[in-house]
Write a protein that binds this ligand. Sequence first.
Ligand SMILES: Cc1ncc(COP(=O)(O)O)c(C=O)c1O
Length: 400
Amino acid sequence: MSATEPTSPHVMNTYGRLPIALERGQGCRVWDTNGKAYLDGLGGIAVNTLGHNHPELVPALAEQLGRIIHSSNYYHVPGQETLAARLTALAGMTNAFFCCTGLEANEAAIKLARKFGHGKGIEKPQIVVYEHAFHGRSIATLSATGNPKIQAGFGPLLEGFIRVPLNDVDALKQATEGNPNVVAVMLETIQGEGGIHEMRADYLKQVRALCDANDWLMMIDEIQTGIGRTGKWFAHQWAGIVPDVMSLAKGLGSGVPVGAVLAGPKAADLFQPGNHGTTFGGNPLAMRAGIETLRIMEKDGLLDNAAKVGAHLKGALQAAFEGVAGVKEVRGQGLMLGIELDRPCGVLLGRACEAGLLFSVTADSVIRLVPPLILTVAEADEIVALLAPIVKAFLAEPAQ
Ligand SMILES: Cc1ncc(COP(=O)(O)O)c(C=O)c1O
């Protein structure tokens, strides 16, 4: 099975798709149109927080569908107030803007940073971003992204970004020294698409201090790491800091498209009517999905589950791959884990699929596991039992 099957004659060829179609799911399992079952180690790329066909989420959404799906941001949407209050309380921030996707949340964050700069008389505001970062595929978020491969063919990219390496405070100081145009630092707490690279807690604290000292916005992209994935509501909370701006999406709606940008006091009032908007963002169905996702997560203790089962899975993967030549590192936190190999390993996607396991490969050589947060210890063990022989057999083959 290969990941480069020709796609439909009518759907644009944007993804190298595996030749299966998933038609139903239950918990952490999904079934394809031939009835074959898979253990879902991907969760729709860190989206299906509550797994599939959740017994409380589905009836709540069905009830909402029968009530109202979409109204308009020309009117009040009570669910926006409820979800904004909940998210800002969890984050220690004050206000939220709702949109539909991650890139939209980051676009809003970038606009906030620029508006913040213009408010201080800075004509050409600049935002510090990181090597290997991924912030989305619109032109602004692609410009903030640190991956020349996915930027290729889409120039000219936007100016206004300064790129620095991860976890290197001296490099950050050097890159910004004496530059009055810097307005913000934008980072992922754990880079997901970049290959599961973690920002150290002490580094995050130093960035927070630099942002305070220089009156910059600290903007954290928690689109992949947020909503409980690492065992805290937001991954930066492990470092005991609070950002000024935070973008969310993916897991927030458990599969229903919901994005959000949250702001603290420094950024909460920057947008005024007419400055920003989106037709679908914050619609009643999306808000219900977000509200129910957070409610069920809290009721069922899914943060603790992500921390506990994630630690178990990481330990089991480390044990399974200990001393295996070709496995460079098992890293990550909670249910956001990466296994870095010493060679490109996209071929494993098809082999695992045949064995009944779903995951993804990022940065060419990192196997990424971001399963639903309801994963059990037994399912974690099953992931390892399915994955380890496939990876070991692959590594035993002569390198291509
Ligand atoms: C950290 C991060 N930011 C932004 C995005 C973009 O989100 P979306 O695909 O919903 O636009 C992603 C998606 O993978 C992401 O992982």
